[in-house]
Design a protein around this ligand. Structure first.
Ligand SMILES: C[S@@+](CC[C@H](N)C(=O)[O-])C[C@H]1O[C@@H](n2cnc3c(N)ncnc32)[C@H](O)[C@@H]1O
Length: 383
């Protein structure tokens, strides 16, 4: 069952986070089980339970939602004639009281392959890796701040060669990262004790956007992912960025799914914000909810005109630098950076072909490029 907003009073941003996790896991598991592997390992590295309302069933905790989502995918595929699929759950938690709750939860669910790891994630990496020895591994890393020893975590992620969702705590980082007293812990988080020089050399920007950029650069350097895509989650009551979910993946499909899920979740975020405003003001809104959602997402959501413009710019400049680049390659690279989907990129390439800026052959009988279609910039016309 998807997360229910009633359980998230005052922490609606966690509702959006869980919605994203659920929808992403669902698509990722379908894809994996239909193709590559019969085994899916889900690692909840900072599992909690943490600030839950449903203290009986933990339906508002990530670990319990992951179980429900992945189990429903497994069952649906069994019904479609795919037996032999397996999901492993590996939960890690540092707080002893929370570990006890996780153990109790696991004991009540003997039908699932759950292992609970007690202590810091960074101290349990070998054990968790051994417990995910085959199959595809998805790791959810959801700390409360930036207290993470990233260099060890990066080694773990690189060796597993799966996917991860990293919750970057933007608000906390923004508030504190400029203070010298935390320089050492930020260095651990960035896997770079000498981070301050690079930080200070960066152009103007908020603390959190600069730290995010440094973190992603370090992740790429550590080869934990080919693509790093992210989206912001706002605190709906204050309309401030609270966190950013970063997906690390080696697959172009993962990037496309990320943007598709983002588009859905953005609508829910507007709906949630709107419901809170209505409740707090005691006045009904002037426009219908659907219209408010369309207005807000057209302004800065996935595929809005600003993002289409930005995607077009990147696409055209990349094609001119790398003539003959395959549509699927450029699509993943653009979607990694810009909130657009393949359908938007189809339209962008077709419009620019018509405008004479791009050259490519359309596959027989098709009206959009195929993944293999080679794109080239049009030669400038001499007079
Ligand atoms: C934000 S909460 C996790 C919430 C949970 N993922 C969810 O969405 O329902 C972070 C949790 O990580 C635990 N924690 C903090 N540092 C940790 C570490 N180094 N290793 C494992 N757990 C840690 C905290 O005790 C807390 O329960």
């Amino acid at each position: 069952m998807p997360p229910r907003i009633e359980n998230y009073q005052g922490r609606e941003q966690s509702f959006i986070k869980h919605l994203f996790l659920n929808k992403y896991l669902e698509s990722a598991a379908y894809k994996l089980f239909q193709g590559r592997s019969p085994v899916f390992n889900f690692v909840d590295a900072f599992a909690g339970p943490w600030r839950v309302s449903d203290t009986n069933k933990y339906s508002d905790a990530s670990f319990s939602q992951a179980i429900e989502t992945l189990e429903s995918v497994r069952r649906a595929l069994i019904d479609m004639g795919r037996p032999g699929l397996k999901v492993r759950f590996r939960f890690c938690e540092r707080n002893p009281a929370s570990v006890a709750k996780l153990q109790q939860f696991a004991a009540q669910k003997p039908e699932f392959d759950i292992q609970v790891f007690s202590g810091a994630f960074e101290d349990n990496l070998d054990g968790i890796r051994a417990a995910c020895r085959d199959g595809f591994t998805f790791t959810f890393i959801d700390p409360t701040g930036w207290n993470v020893e990233s260099s060890r975590v990066f080694d773990f992620l690189r060796n597993l060669n799966g996917e991860f969702l990293f919750n970057f705590m933007a608000e906390e980082v923004n508030r504190h990262a400029g203070w010298d007293g935390v320089a050492k812990s930020v260095g651990r988080f960035l896997a770079d004790p000498a981070w301050k020089a690079a930080f200070e050399a960066m152009p103007e920007g908020s603390n959190e956007t600069k730290i995010l950029q440094l973190l992603k650069a370090k992740m790429k350097e550590a080869r934990v992912a080919t693509y790093l895509t992210d989206m912001a989650i706002r605190k709906p009551r204050e309309d401030r960025i609270k966190m950013r979910l970063i997906l690390g993946t080696h697959s172009g499909f993962g990037v496309e799914v990320f943007r598709t899920v983002q588009e859905k979740v953005e609508k829910e975020a507007v709906r949630t914000r709107n419901a809170i405003q209505t409740e707090e003001s005691g006045q009904s809104q002037l426009f219908p909810e659907d219209q408010i959602i369309a207005f807000e997402t057209d302004r800065d959501g996935v595929g809005c005109s600003a993002h289409i413009g930005w995607a077009t710019e990147i696409l055209l400049s990349t094609v001119s630098k790398r003539p003959g680049i395959a549509f699927s390659t450029i699509a993943s690279e653009v979607m990694e950076q810009v909130p657009v989907r393949t359908t938007h990129l189809n339209k962008i390439t077709m419009a620019n072909r018509k405008a004479g800026l791009l050259r490519f052959d359309l596959p027989n009988g098709k009206r959009t490029p195929s993944p293999e279609t080679k794109l080239r910039a049009s030669e400038p016309q001499g007079d």
